[in-house]
Design a protein around this ligand. Structure first.
Ligand code: NAP
Length: 522
């Protein structure tokens, strides 16, 4: 069962989210510490009118246990409500017929008992959830078992234990608690918050977790690491081996859902899930693309082999490290020395690189490559992919890098010139390409001085957020033709989809989706 927490600060937005959530989820959780100007009666009646089946949890989270998650309306209301006001509000929820009220173990036995007695007086329709949240870490399993028993002592209907994952191993602790608690009485919700806790959110339903929490939109998380309701449903279907009626094909060879992942650390900022999922929808492919923040790369690839995952994108910092875990590496990726795409077939993992093609297709749309000279700032994975593509197309790369040793190693391998970054003003060439992360949102920086740009006709930045970096703005002022990393991002993603599915992806739509999101961010 899936619950969408309602976290909107303003009543109008909260009511709108309730209506939409009730059509999609089994539960909603009214976070009364965040909904500042909503009357509980109106919120509950809106939910009941939207769905006869919806279950309602009313929560007024303690300040110390409320996770500040990206994209929520903020946690302005938290802490304002004293324990007396909080108990009064939860009693009102019981009178209004909420299905559950949530009270933290930390509020004390007396508060929990008071609510239980009040529930009994009101024919026991409302059930109690006793919860524990640790926003800093995941305590050891023995400690969590103790906490579980402390919560269970009050005989609530459900115990909820949520901790913060500092490492991927923390997921194992919260998942082990589910298996342990199944032998005992109250139902349990046990999971880890944070990007590294996403594994627990995906796997917990399979082990019998009472409830999963998901967001309506990517931006509306009430705790970090939450999946959207659509992702959560797909994960549940995948793990249960079920198929939704809308996609059941009456044939002996029912196609399997196609699932893909992004492996990186961090991955929160990535727009790849948005782009690939929009493409799948347009392509009529039943599939899902999900980002995983990885600590243990070997473990993640082992998991990928074991599960029905058809492919992966690989991003910072794993593009080189991933190579040792693969069965095959294609010729381009081998020559570049970096992999950004994995294809999984019959548990064999093949590494490819689509960054170089993304770069070349972008350059070709703007200028000829053959016979032209390209100054590449950087000596990392993207610089190698750029130089490889440029040489393959008959162009001449020149490497410029902050750390001379690294730059010289790359230029030595490519047999091309090298200049230290400080000397870039001395160079004249057809095109300058920035492959460093300098200038990425939110930092308004450029890897080179504006005056050094006069020697270039074209300037490209591989960064696409912001669309116009300081480097590109400076170059434009110097009269250079400029292009951002957006087209490269879309091209490399489209090539990944081609490799995974064999179908031509909707590139225009992919670009539109990303452009819209970037414009919103800006
Ligand atoms: P990487 O392997 O870590 O290489 C980064 C390079 O940037 C290194 O050569 C490093 O120089 C240089 N650098 C880092 N900070 C610097 C600074 N403050 N001043 C000067 N130079 C600096 O990273 P990567 O995988 O190549 O990725 C680089 C960027 O490309 C990232 O921002 C990534 O998001 C972007 N990218 C975009 C696309 C796209 O589709 N648009 C595709 C791939 C990558 P040192 O050698 O001195 O450390």
């Amino acid at each position: 069962m899936i619950c969408i927490p309602i976290t909107a600060g303003k009543k109008k937005e909260a009511l709108h989210t309730i209506e939409r959530s009730c059509r999609l989820a089994d539960f909603i959780e009214l976070r009364m510490d965040l909904i500042e100007d909503g009357s509980l009666a109106e919120l509950i009646s809106t939910a009941r009118n939207s769905s006869g089946l919806i279950k309602i949890i009313v929560t007024c989270r303690k300040k110390e246990e409320a996770a500040p998650a990206g994209g929520t309306a903020g946690i302005k209301g938290v802490g304002k409500k004293t324990i007396d006001r909080k108990i009064a509000l939860l009693k009102e929820a019981i009178e209004l017929g909420a299905d559950f009220v949530d009270i933290e173990l930390a509020e004390g036995r007396a508060a929990i008992k008071e609510l239980q007695s009040f529930c009994a007086e009101h024919r026991g329709k409302t059930k109690i959830i006793v919860s524990y949240h640790n926003l800093k870490e995941t305590p050891a399993l023995t400690k969590l078992k103790e906490i579980f028993h402390q919560c269970a002592k009050a005989k609530p209907a459900v115990v909820k234990i949520v901790t913060f994952a500092k490492t991927a191993k923390d997921n194992l602790v919260t998942l082990s608690l589910i298996s342990y608690a199944r032998k005992h009485s109250p139902e349990l919700i046990s999971l880890c918050m944070g990007d590294k806790g996403r594994i627990s959110r995906a796997v917990a339903p399979l082990l019998g977790n009472y409830l999963s929490f998901a967001t309506l939109e990517q931006e509306g998380q009430s705790a970090p690491g939450q999946f959207t309701i659509y992702e959560m449903k797909q994960i549940n279907e995948l793990l249960a081996g079920e198929r939704t009626p809308s996609v059941t094909v009456l044939s002996t060879s029912t196609p399997q859902p196609q699932n893909y992942i992004l492996l990186g650390n961090p991955v929160r900022q990535s727009l790849s899930p948005m782009m690939h999922n929009a493409a799948f929808k347009e392509m009529g492919i039943e599939g899902n693309y999900c980002a995983f923040c990885v600590d243990d790369l070997g473990g993640a690839l082992q998991g990928m082999r074991a599960m029905n995952i058809r492919g992966a994108s690989v991003t910072i910092p794993f593009k080189v490290a991933v190579m040792e875990y693969l069965d095959d590496i294609d010729d381009d990726a081998l020559k570049i020395g970096a992999v950004n795409t994995i294809i999984s077939k019959s548990s064999r993992l093949t590494g490819c690189n689509t960054d170089w093609l993304g770069m070349i297709l972008t350059l070709q749309e703007a200028m000829p490559i053959k016979g032209k000279t390209f100054v590449i700032i950087g000596a990392g994975g993207t610089a190698r992919a750029a130089a490889y593509g440029i040489m393959k197309e008959g162009g001449f790369p020149v490497i410029v890098n902050r750390t001379p040793e690294k730059g010289k190693i790359l230029s030595g391998k490519l047999n091309c010139p090298f200049y230290p970054l400080a000397e870039i003003g001395r160079i004249k060439a057809d095109c300058l390409i920035n492959t460093t992360p300098v200038g990425m949102y939110p930092k308004d920086k450029s890897p080179v001085k504006a005056s050094a740009l006069a020697g270039f006709r074209y300037v490209m930045d591989v960064i696409y957020n912001p669309l116009k970096t300081k480097l590109l703005a400076d170059a434009e002022k110097q009269g250079c033709h400029i292009f951002s990393g957006l087209d490269m991002f879309v091209h490399q993603g489209a090539q990944q989809l081609r490799l995974w599915t064999g179908v031509e992806p909707p590139r225009a739509l992919m670009k539109k989706v990303i452009l819209k999101r970037l414009t919103q961010i800006e």
